[in-house]
Design a protein around this ligand. Structure first.
Ligand SMILES: [Zn+2]
Length: 381
Protein backbone atom coordinates (compact mmCIF):
# COMPACT_ATOMS: atom_id res chain seq x y z
CA UNK A 1 0.00 0.00 0.00
CA UNK A 2 1.15 3.47 -0.85
CA UNK A 3 2.44 5.75 1.91
CA UNK A 4 1.19 9.33 2.31
CA UNK A 5 4.01 11.92 2.29
CA UNK A 6 3.10 15.43 3.46
CA UNK A 7 5.22 18.55 3.52
CA UNK A 8 4.09 21.94 4.85
CA UNK A 9 5.77 25.27 5.57
CA UNK A 10 6.62 23.66 8.92
CA UNK A 11 5.73 20.57 10.95
CA UNK A 12 4.66 20.77 14.59
CA UNK A 13 5.14 17.30 16.10
CA UNK A 14 3.20 17.78 19.37
CA UNK A 15 5.94 19.57 21.29
CA UNK A 16 8.18 21.30 18.72
CA UNK A 17 8.22 23.01 15.34
CA UNK A 18 10.67 20.98 13.27
CA UNK A 19 11.41 23.49 10.49
CA UNK A 20 10.55 23.54 6.79
CA UNK A 21 12.69 20.73 5.40
CA UNK A 22 10.75 17.82 6.92
CA UNK A 23 8.26 15.36 5.48
CA UNK A 24 5.59 13.55 7.49
CA UNK A 25 5.14 9.97 6.32
CA UNK A 26 1.95 8.09 7.13
CA UNK A 27 0.58 4.69 6.26
CA UNK A 28 -2.68 4.72 4.21
CA UNK A 29 -4.79 4.43 7.40
CA UNK A 30 -3.20 7.59 8.88
CA UNK A 31 -0.75 5.93 11.27
CA UNK A 32 2.50 7.89 11.57
CA UNK A 33 5.41 5.98 10.02
CA UNK A 34 8.19 8.57 10.23
CA UNK A 35 9.33 12.17 9.86
CA UNK A 36 12.30 12.49 7.52
CA UNK A 37 14.16 15.15 5.52
CA UNK A 38 12.87 16.07 2.08
CA UNK A 39 15.81 14.30 0.45
CA UNK A 40 15.23 11.09 2.41
CA UNK A 41 11.50 11.08 1.55
CA UNK A 42 12.43 10.06 -1.97
CA UNK A 43 9.80 11.94 -3.99
CA UNK A 44 6.03 11.69 -4.36
CA UNK A 45 5.53 14.41 -1.74
CA UNK A 46 2.30 16.44 -1.38
CA UNK A 47 3.24 20.07 -0.67
CA UNK A 48 0.75 22.01 1.46
CA UNK A 49 0.50 25.69 2.30
CA UNK A 50 0.64 25.90 6.10
CA UNK A 51 1.85 24.20 9.27
CA UNK A 52 1.16 20.46 9.63
CA UNK A 53 -0.05 19.64 13.14
CA UNK A 54 -1.49 16.58 14.93
CA UNK A 55 -5.28 16.71 15.49
CA UNK A 56 -6.29 18.95 18.38
CA UNK A 57 -7.47 17.68 21.77
CA UNK A 58 -10.39 19.71 23.12
CA UNK A 59 -10.33 18.93 26.84
CA UNK A 60 -13.52 20.79 27.78
CA UNK A 61 -16.70 20.67 25.77
CA UNK A 62 -20.43 20.13 26.42
CA UNK A 63 -21.64 18.55 23.19
CA UNK A 64 -25.09 18.07 24.78
CA UNK A 65 -25.60 21.87 24.80
CA UNK A 66 -25.12 22.22 21.04
CA UNK A 67 -28.77 23.27 20.63
CA UNK A 68 -28.09 26.45 22.64
CA UNK A 69 -25.97 28.32 20.10
CA UNK A 70 -26.76 32.05 20.26
CA UNK A 71 -29.52 31.54 22.85
CA UNK A 72 -27.86 33.32 25.79
CA UNK A 73 -26.73 36.97 25.82
CA UNK A 74 -23.01 37.73 26.19
CA UNK A 75 -21.24 39.38 29.16
CA UNK A 76 -23.91 38.69 31.77
CA UNK A 77 -21.52 37.18 34.34
CA UNK A 78 -21.61 33.52 35.33
CA UNK A 79 -24.52 33.38 37.84
CA UNK A 80 -26.91 35.05 35.35
CA UNK A 81 -25.54 32.86 32.54
CA UNK A 82 -26.17 29.67 34.56
CA UNK A 83 -29.68 30.80 35.43
CA UNK A 84 -30.41 31.11 31.70
CA UNK A 85 -28.84 27.74 30.84
CA UNK A 86 -30.85 25.96 33.54
CA UNK A 87 -34.09 27.62 32.43
CA UNK A 88 -33.60 27.12 28.70
CA UNK A 89 -31.63 23.88 28.26
CA UNK A 90 -34.75 21.68 28.25
CA UNK A 91 -36.75 23.77 25.79
CA UNK A 92 -37.81 21.56 22.89
CA UNK A 93 -35.82 21.94 19.66
CA UNK A 94 -36.73 20.67 16.18
CA UNK A 95 -33.97 18.15 15.66
CA UNK A 96 -31.66 17.80 18.62
CA UNK A 97 -29.62 14.94 17.11
CA UNK A 98 -29.02 16.88 13.90
CA UNK A 99 -27.57 19.79 15.93
CA UNK A 100 -25.27 17.41 17.81
CA UNK A 101 -24.14 15.91 14.49
CA UNK A 102 -23.52 19.33 13.02
CA UNK A 103 -21.48 20.45 16.04
CA UNK A 104 -19.35 17.30 15.97
CA UNK A 105 -18.79 17.58 12.21
CA UNK A 106 -17.67 21.23 12.48
CA UNK A 107 -15.33 20.32 15.34
CA UNK A 108 -13.89 17.42 13.30
CA UNK A 109 -13.35 19.51 10.16
CA UNK A 110 -11.63 22.26 12.18
CA UNK A 111 -9.15 19.65 13.40
CA UNK A 112 -10.32 18.28 16.75
CA UNK A 113 -9.55 14.54 17.09
CA UNK A 114 -10.29 13.94 20.78
CA UNK A 115 -12.67 15.56 23.25
CA UNK A 116 -13.15 15.70 27.02
CA UNK A 117 -16.92 16.06 27.03
CA UNK A 118 -19.16 16.98 29.97
CA UNK A 119 -22.40 14.99 30.25
CA UNK A 120 -25.38 15.55 32.53
CA UNK A 121 -27.46 12.87 30.82
CA UNK A 122 -27.16 10.22 28.09
CA UNK A 123 -28.16 12.38 25.10
CA UNK A 124 -24.70 12.17 23.49
CA UNK A 125 -24.30 8.42 24.08
CA UNK A 126 -25.45 7.36 20.62
CA UNK A 127 -23.11 9.86 18.96
CA UNK A 128 -20.19 8.48 20.97
CA UNK A 129 -21.03 4.90 20.04
CA UNK A 130 -20.32 5.83 16.42
CA UNK A 131 -16.65 6.34 17.28
CA UNK A 132 -15.85 9.09 14.75
CA UNK A 133 -13.53 10.73 17.24
CA UNK A 134 -12.21 9.93 20.70
CA UNK A 135 -14.33 11.02 23.66
CA UNK A 136 -13.74 10.98 27.37
CA UNK A 137 -17.20 11.55 28.88
CA UNK A 138 -17.03 13.44 32.16
CA UNK A 139 -20.36 12.61 33.77
CA UNK A 140 -21.07 15.68 35.82
CA UNK A 141 -22.68 15.52 39.23
CA UNK A 142 -24.14 18.49 41.10
CA UNK A 143 -26.26 19.17 44.15
CA UNK A 144 -26.05 22.07 46.57
CA UNK A 145 -28.26 20.53 49.26
CA UNK A 146 -26.28 18.17 51.44
CA UNK A 147 -29.39 16.10 52.17
CA UNK A 148 -29.81 15.32 48.47
CA UNK A 149 -26.22 14.19 47.93
CA UNK A 150 -26.88 10.45 47.91
CA UNK A 151 -29.69 10.63 45.36
CA UNK A 152 -27.76 13.03 43.10
CA UNK A 153 -24.78 10.71 43.23
CA UNK A 154 -26.93 7.70 42.45
CA UNK A 155 -28.51 9.43 39.43
CA UNK A 156 -25.10 10.36 38.00
CA UNK A 157 -23.74 6.86 38.66
CA UNK A 158 -26.60 5.50 36.51
CA UNK A 159 -25.57 7.87 33.72
CA UNK A 160 -21.94 6.80 34.20
CA UNK A 161 -22.95 3.13 33.95
CA UNK A 162 -24.60 3.76 30.57
CA UNK A 163 -21.42 5.44 29.30
CA UNK A 164 -19.19 2.72 30.76
CA UNK A 165 -21.07 0.20 28.62
CA UNK A 166 -19.69 1.82 25.47
CA UNK A 167 -16.08 2.04 26.69
CA UNK A 168 -13.61 0.98 24.00
CA UNK A 169 -10.55 2.42 22.26
CA UNK A 170 -12.63 5.48 21.26
CA UNK A 171 -14.37 6.14 24.56
CA UNK A 172 -13.68 6.28 28.29
CA UNK A 173 -15.57 7.99 31.12
CA UNK A 174 -15.53 9.13 34.74
CA UNK A 175 -17.88 10.81 37.22
CA UNK A 176 -16.87 14.36 38.23
CA UNK A 177 -18.02 17.33 40.32
CA UNK A 178 -19.61 20.19 38.35
CA UNK A 179 -18.24 23.22 40.25
CA UNK A 180 -17.38 24.37 43.78
CA UNK A 181 -20.61 26.40 44.05
CA UNK A 182 -22.86 23.51 42.97
CA UNK A 183 -21.50 20.56 44.97
CA UNK A 184 -22.10 20.09 48.70
CA UNK A 185 -19.39 18.72 51.04
CA UNK A 186 -21.12 15.31 51.28
CA UNK A 187 -21.35 15.05 47.51
CA UNK A 188 -17.67 16.02 47.16
CA UNK A 189 -16.80 13.13 49.52
CA UNK A 190 -18.92 10.64 47.59
CA UNK A 191 -17.35 11.67 44.29
CA UNK A 192 -13.83 11.53 45.68
CA UNK A 193 -14.41 8.02 47.05
CA UNK A 194 -15.54 6.57 43.68
CA UNK A 195 -13.14 3.75 42.73
CA UNK A 196 -11.56 3.35 39.27
CA UNK A 197 -12.46 6.92 38.40
CA UNK A 198 -9.84 8.92 36.52
CA UNK A 199 -9.08 11.50 35.24
CA UNK A 200 -11.30 14.12 36.90
CA UNK A 201 -12.47 17.57 35.86
CA UNK A 202 -14.15 20.54 37.57
CA UNK A 203 -15.20 24.05 36.56
CA UNK A 204 -12.83 26.14 38.70
CA UNK A 205 -12.94 29.82 39.67
CA UNK A 206 -14.87 30.90 36.60
CA UNK A 207 -16.32 33.92 38.39
CA UNK A 208 -15.36 36.19 41.31
CA UNK A 209 -18.65 35.22 42.99
CA UNK A 210 -17.31 31.68 43.56
CA UNK A 211 -14.40 32.85 45.74
CA UNK A 212 -16.72 35.29 47.52
CA UNK A 213 -19.09 32.43 48.36
CA UNK A 214 -16.33 30.45 50.05
CA UNK A 215 -14.67 33.47 51.66
CA UNK A 216 -17.79 34.87 53.37
CA UNK A 217 -20.91 33.26 51.89
CA UNK A 218 -22.15 36.44 50.25
CA UNK A 219 -22.56 37.52 46.63
CA UNK A 220 -24.45 36.56 43.48
CA UNK A 221 -24.66 32.82 44.16
CA UNK A 222 -27.00 33.42 47.11
CA UNK A 223 -29.55 34.99 44.74
CA UNK A 224 -28.95 32.11 42.33
CA UNK A 225 -29.77 29.53 45.05
CA UNK A 226 -32.81 31.52 46.16
CA UNK A 227 -34.07 31.81 42.57
CA UNK A 228 -34.11 28.03 42.20
CA UNK A 229 -35.18 27.35 45.81
CA UNK A 230 -31.95 25.48 46.58
CA UNK A 231 -30.99 24.72 50.19
CA UNK A 232 -27.40 25.96 50.44
CA UNK A 233 -27.06 25.52 54.22
CA UNK A 234 -24.46 22.76 53.68
CA UNK A 235 -22.07 25.19 52.00
CA UNK A 236 -20.35 27.00 54.86
CA UNK A 237 -17.75 29.74 54.39
CA UNK A 238 -14.21 28.39 54.72
CA UNK A 239 -12.65 31.89 54.59
CA UNK A 240 -10.45 30.65 51.75
CA UNK A 241 -10.77 30.76 47.99
CA UNK A 242 -12.88 27.92 46.56
CA UNK A 243 -9.94 25.88 45.25
CA UNK A 244 -8.33 25.59 48.66
CA UNK A 245 -11.65 24.43 50.13
CA UNK A 246 -12.41 21.53 47.77
CA UNK A 247 -9.13 20.28 46.28
CA UNK A 248 -8.09 18.38 49.47
CA UNK A 249 -11.12 16.07 49.00
CA UNK A 250 -9.19 14.53 46.10
CA UNK A 251 -5.86 12.78 46.30
CA UNK A 252 -3.66 10.67 44.02
CA UNK A 253 -5.75 11.37 40.96
CA UNK A 254 -5.44 13.62 37.91
CA UNK A 255 -7.65 16.71 37.96
CA UNK A 256 -8.42 19.18 35.18
CA UNK A 257 -9.20 22.63 36.56
CA UNK A 258 -11.31 24.34 33.91
CA UNK A 259 -11.42 28.14 33.35
CA UNK A 260 -9.31 29.52 36.26
CA UNK A 261 -10.38 33.06 35.44
CA UNK A 262 -10.10 34.16 39.08
CA UNK A 263 -7.20 31.96 40.22
CA UNK A 264 -4.44 33.63 42.26
CA UNK A 265 -0.77 32.75 42.64
CA UNK A 266 -1.57 31.44 46.16
CA UNK A 267 -4.24 29.14 44.67
CA UNK A 268 -1.79 27.77 42.09
CA UNK A 269 0.88 27.15 44.69
CA UNK A 270 -1.67 25.46 46.97
CA UNK A 271 -2.76 23.18 44.11
CA UNK A 272 0.82 22.27 43.29
CA UNK A 273 1.44 21.15 46.89
CA UNK A 274 -1.46 18.68 46.83
CA UNK A 275 -0.88 14.96 46.20
CA UNK A 276 -3.06 14.98 43.09
CA UNK A 277 -1.79 16.00 39.67
CA UNK A 278 -3.39 19.26 38.55
CA UNK A 279 -3.89 20.37 34.94
CA UNK A 280 -5.20 23.77 33.92
CA UNK A 281 -7.68 24.07 31.04
CA UNK A 282 -8.16 27.42 29.31
CA UNK A 283 -11.41 28.23 27.46
CA UNK A 284 -10.73 31.89 26.57
CA UNK A 285 -13.62 32.42 24.15
CA UNK A 286 -16.16 31.19 26.71
CA UNK A 287 -14.60 33.43 29.37
CA UNK A 288 -14.94 36.41 27.03
CA UNK A 289 -18.53 35.39 26.21
CA UNK A 290 -19.65 35.01 29.82
CA UNK A 291 -17.45 37.27 31.96
CA UNK A 292 -15.62 39.41 29.36
CA UNK A 293 -12.35 38.55 31.08
CA UNK A 294 -9.44 36.14 30.54
CA UNK A 295 -7.49 34.07 33.06
CA UNK A 296 -4.02 35.26 34.03
CA UNK A 297 -2.26 33.09 31.45
CA UNK A 298 1.19 34.67 32.02
CA UNK A 299 0.88 33.72 35.72
CA UNK A 300 -0.05 30.10 34.88
CA UNK A 301 2.96 29.91 32.55
CA UNK A 302 5.31 31.47 35.11
CA UNK A 303 4.17 28.88 37.68
CA UNK A 304 4.82 26.09 35.16
CA UNK A 305 1.24 24.88 35.21
CA UNK A 306 0.36 22.05 32.83
CA UNK A 307 -2.01 23.79 30.41
CA UNK A 308 -4.63 22.36 28.04
CA UNK A 309 -7.28 24.06 25.88
CA UNK A 310 -11.04 23.68 25.65
CA UNK A 311 -13.95 25.28 23.84
CA UNK A 312 -16.72 24.91 26.44
CA UNK A 313 -20.15 24.65 24.76
CA UNK A 314 -22.05 26.41 22.00
CA UNK A 315 -24.11 28.01 24.81
CA UNK A 316 -21.04 30.16 25.59
CA UNK A 317 -19.04 30.09 22.37
CA UNK A 318 -19.56 30.80 18.66
CA UNK A 319 -17.45 27.78 17.58
CA UNK A 320 -16.14 24.50 18.95
CA UNK A 321 -12.75 25.21 17.39
CA UNK A 322 -9.47 24.95 19.25
CA UNK A 323 -7.83 27.13 16.59
CA UNK A 324 -10.29 29.93 17.44
CA UNK A 325 -9.19 29.62 21.10
CA UNK A 326 -5.54 29.84 20.03
CA UNK A 327 -6.25 32.96 17.98
CA UNK A 328 -7.81 34.66 21.02
CA UNK A 329 -4.80 33.77 23.18
CA UNK A 330 -2.42 35.14 20.52
CA UNK A 331 -4.43 38.36 20.24
CA UNK A 332 -4.22 39.07 23.98
CA UNK A 333 -0.81 37.55 24.71
CA UNK A 334 1.29 37.91 21.52
CA UNK A 335 4.45 37.14 23.50
CA UNK A 336 3.49 33.47 23.98
CA UNK A 337 5.21 31.39 21.26
CA UNK A 338 2.83 29.53 18.93
CA UNK A 339 4.87 26.37 19.50
CA UNK A 340 3.97 26.45 23.20
CA UNK A 341 0.25 27.06 22.62
CA UNK A 342 0.14 24.25 20.04
CA UNK A 343 1.54 21.88 22.65
CA UNK A 344 -1.31 22.86 25.02
CA UNK A 345 -3.72 22.10 22.15
CA UNK A 346 -2.27 18.70 21.24
CA UNK A 347 0.22 16.73 23.36
CA UNK A 348 -0.84 18.19 26.73
CA UNK A 349 -4.53 17.44 26.16
CA UNK A 350 -3.71 13.88 25.09
CA UNK A 351 -1.44 13.34 28.08
CA UNK A 352 -4.12 14.61 30.47
CA UNK A 353 -6.72 12.25 28.96
CA UNK A 354 -4.19 9.39 29.01
CA UNK A 355 -4.37 8.83 25.25
CA UNK A 356 -0.90 10.07 24.26
CA UNK A 357 0.01 6.73 22.62
CA UNK A 358 -2.47 7.47 19.83
CA UNK A 359 -3.30 11.20 19.97
CA UNK A 360 -1.61 14.57 20.28
CA UNK A 361 1.72 13.94 18.55
CA UNK A 362 3.42 12.60 15.43
CA UNK A 363 5.50 9.91 17.14
CA UNK A 364 5.86 6.71 15.15
CA UNK A 365 2.80 4.49 15.63
CA UNK A 366 0.45 7.32 16.67
CA UNK A 367 -2.74 8.03 14.72
CA UNK A 368 -3.64 11.55 15.80
CA UNK A 369 -5.18 12.90 12.55
CA UNK A 370 -3.39 15.61 10.57
CA UNK A 371 -4.42 19.23 10.33
CA UNK A 372 -3.16 22.09 8.21
CA UNK A 373 -2.90 25.52 9.84
CA UNK A 374 -2.61 28.77 7.93
CA UNK A 375 -5.22 31.49 8.59
CA UNK A 376 -7.53 28.74 9.79
CA UNK A 377 -7.20 25.12 10.79
CA UNK A 378 -8.46 22.39 8.51
CA UNK A 379 -8.39 18.60 8.74
CA UNK A 380 -6.31 16.82 6.08
CA UNK A 381 -6.50 13.31 7.55
ZN1 LIG B 1 -18.08 24.03 30.94
Amino acid sequence: MKQIKLKGKDIFDGTRLLGPDKVLILSPDGTVADIVTTAAANGDIQELDGILCPGFVNTHCHLELSHMKGVIAENTGLPAFLTQVMQLRNQPVDDYDALINQAEQAMWEAGVSAVGDICNNTTTLEKKQQGKMYYHSFVECMGVADAGAASRYQYSMEVLKAFRDINNSHHQCSIVPHAPYSVSPTLFRLLAATPHNTPLSIHNQETAAENELYQQKTGDFLQFYAHFGMDSSGIQPTHTNSLEAYLPYFSHNRMLLVHNTFTSIADIQFAQQQPLETWWCLCPNANMYIENRLPNIPLLRAQQCLITLGTDSLASNHHLSIWEEIKTIQQHFPEIPLEEILQWATFNGAKFLGIQDTYGSFHTGAKPGVILINQDSKRII
